[in-house]
Design a protein around this ligand. Structure first.
Ligand code: SAM
Length: 379
């Protein structure tokens, strides 16, 4: 898509935003009120001296207020969310979208001790063939080799997994929920479709897609990190999402998935953590069916300079402090701020999508470009 059409898209997005302005105002207010509620609980409980377990309670309270899913609309039948938690003596994976390699790996795992997820060989060999793990890349502002970046990103998300949801609400004042809703509204998802959410973590998007695709559809919540995926799995099973599978997979290869097997692929706040983004975009293209759609929700470059300065100040001072107070981990949140600044801007990411083969690519800035949703199609 040309820059002109891109402007049209942005203009359309603004018109949309205006017509939904009233609703959005209400949603923002609700989110802020909800966030304030969580903050008050955390403060009250921290001052009573038992912060660790109480933060977890706050997270539960927060998820109870999440109205993304009408559980009663969900399909009934055999709970499917448990496929990837089967003891390794049983290969219960009947998902037709997973390729033979998954079965082989599962069979191999029969001889090993019981683990929570099927082990995929792309987790053990995360890099694409053109990288040897020793090439230089960045981890936030630090220069590290590619293998080290992968390990450090894993440390970050293993460290924050249990506090991830509450930290998201606190850091974004609940607005991440609106960004996600907006992205979902661009997904065009329909009943009966197959959806892959990459780097899906605790499952915010997968939970909504589970409802939208219904009993004849299927959702895969996928992440490279077992700790994050475990939080997502528990949450979605508790919500009754029985048309969801949980698969450990590296976005760079998406090795467990067949070519042309999904109608919709999404990645929300995940791409900036991926070392080889071009490889990941090509893998996303590979697993999409012709006519399928990719949505990337990610932090981006603010388009309003004064906001940009305030945002920098907030990110580099408040975020690490909040990280320390709530998750006892300031470094991970320092990485968050740095990784956002190192991520390609709107136009660069759009070009990367086009190079990977996507057509009719466009993007929509949200909150003045703090976040953008990129969209592309496989012809
Ligand atoms: N999508 C969720 C959301 O929007 O709340 C979680 C986003 S979280 C900020 C980033 C996720 O990306 C983490 O769960 C992390 O494990 C995952 N991740 C990082 N590198 C990855 C990779 N190479 N392949 C797949 N997932 C990856």
């Amino acid at each position: 898509m040309t820059d002109n059409s891109n402007n049209n898209v942005d203009t359309n997005a603004e018109i949309n935003a205006t017509s939904h302005g009233h609703l959005q105002d209400k949603l923002v207010k609700d989110s802020i009120a909800n966030n304030q509620n969580i903050t008050d609980q955390v403060k009250a409980r921290q001052s009573s001296g038992s912060s660790a377990s109480l933060n977890a309670n706050a997270a539960v309270d927060s998820s109870n207020n999440n109205n993304f899913t009408q559980v009663q609309d969900l399909p009934t039948g055999t709970p499917q969310g448990q496929q990837t938690t089967m003891p390794n003596t049983i290969n219960n994976n009947t998902n037709p979208t997973l390729n033979d390699r998954a079965s082989t790996t599962s069979a191999q795992a029969q001889t090993t001790k019981q683990t929570l997820f099927n082990q995929r060989d792309d987790i053990n060999n995360p890099h694409t063939p053109d990288t040897d793990g020793n090439e230089q890349t960045h981890f936030g502002y630090k220069t590290v080799n590619k293998a080290e970046k992968q390990a450090r990103v894993a440390d970050v998300f293993t460290s924050v997994a249990k506090k991830y949801d509450i930290m998201n609400d606190l850091m974004s004042f609940g607005i991440h929920r609106l960004w996600k809703r907006y992205a979902i509204s661009l997904s065009g998802v329909r009943s009966g479709q197959h959806v892959l959410d990459i780097a899906g973590g605790t499952g915010d998007l997968a939970k909504v897609f589970s409802r939208e695709v219904g009993r004849n559809g299927h959702v895969v919540l996928s992440d490279i990190n077992a700790a994050m995926l475990e939080v997502g799995r528990e949450r979605l099973i508790n919500a009754g999402c029985n048309n969801v599978d949980f698969v450990l997979a590296n976005a760079e290869t998406l090795a467990p998935f067949d070519d042309e097997s999904f109608d919709l692929v999404t990645i929300s706040f995940g791409l900036r953590n991926v070392t080889d983004k071009d490889a990941a975009l090509k893998a996303m293209y590979r697993v999409l069916k012709p006519g399928g759609r990719l949505l990337i929700l990610e932090f981006s470059k603010p388009v309003f300079e004064p906001l940009s300065k305030a945002y920098d100040l907030y990110s580099f001072t408040a975020l690490p402090i909040m990280g320390k107070l709530v998750a006892n981990d300031s470094e991970s949140y320092q990485y968050l701020a740095e990784s956002i600044r190192m991520h390609p801007n709107q136009q660069t990411l759009k070009q990367m999508m086009q190079q990977a083969g996507f057509e009719n690519c466009d993007y929509h800035n949200l909150t003045a470009g703090i976040v953008a949703v990129h969209r592309g199609f496989k012809a």
